[in-house]
Design a protein around this ligand. Structure first.
Ligand code: 2AM
Length: 196
């Protein structure tokens, strides 16, 4: 059975990626090796990480995503500020925060429920919409973490822009030593707006 690592995500427009890239440039430069930075091209909003799926389940998954999206009107998201999971004391994942309308949270819950019906393990953590921009290396020394913490505290991020979400995608992720390669497998369009 052929397996692939897959996730459901929302793309970020190039101008937002560009703003993230320029506003985090000095942080990227000065943090040295302590952070594995996400290639700006690869930044996305994950709605659901599926893990290993069988190629034969692609059709049903695509139908499920398309059916949830068909009931959701397009919505607008703003990207602003910088933060980390789980917290600044123990930074592991660096992210750009998103201000989202209830429509996105609803869509995420529906995607979660319909993928659970197809047998995919539900997420145990509450949904926290974010764009991962870097991951702190496991081997980072305490003094490197301390230096990173100071840099994060000193970095201020202006608003990074607003964008309208009209589509959701199913991606395959191939993990490579130089970073993951994401390939789009299927797409779903949000509900067409009337009077537009
Ligand atoms: P995140 O960056 O929003 O945290 C593609 O691999 C995406 O799926 C990642 O960007 C990550 O989303 C999410 N992801 C990867 N591995 C995961 C895991 N083991 N559990 C949950 N989400 C994961």
């Amino acid at each position: 059975m052929s397996l692939l690592r897959a996730f459901i995500a929302i793309d970020i427009p190039p101008e937002i990626k560009q703003a993230i890239s320029s506003q985090t440039a000095s942080l990227r430069k000065e943090s040295g090796r302590v952070v594995r930075w996400v290639n700006v091209e690869n930044i996305h909003l994950t709605l659901k990480f599926l893990g290993e799926i069988s190629a034969s389940s692609l059709e049903l998954l695509t139908q499920a995503i398309q059916s949830e999206c068909a009931q959701t009107a397009p919505f607008t998201v703003s990207a602003e500020n910088l933060g980390c999971f789980p917290n600044l004391r123990r930074p592991r994942v660096l992210w750009i925060g998103l201000v989202v309308p209830p429509g996105l949270n609803r869509l995420q819950r529906q995607v979660e429920a319909s993928t659970a019906r197809l047998g995919y393990a539900p997420e145990d953590k509450p949904f926290a919409p974010h764009l991962t921009i870097g991951r702190v290396r496991e081997q980072a020394a305490p003094e490197e973490i301390q230096a990173l913490r100071s840099m994060l505290e000193q970095t201020t991020i202006a608003s990074l822009g607003t964008f309208t979400v009209k589509k959701v995608h199913l991606y395959k992720s191939d993990l490579k030593p130089e970073g993951p390669i994401y390939t789009r497998l299927a797409s779903a369009r949000l509900k067409e707006q009337e009077n537009k």
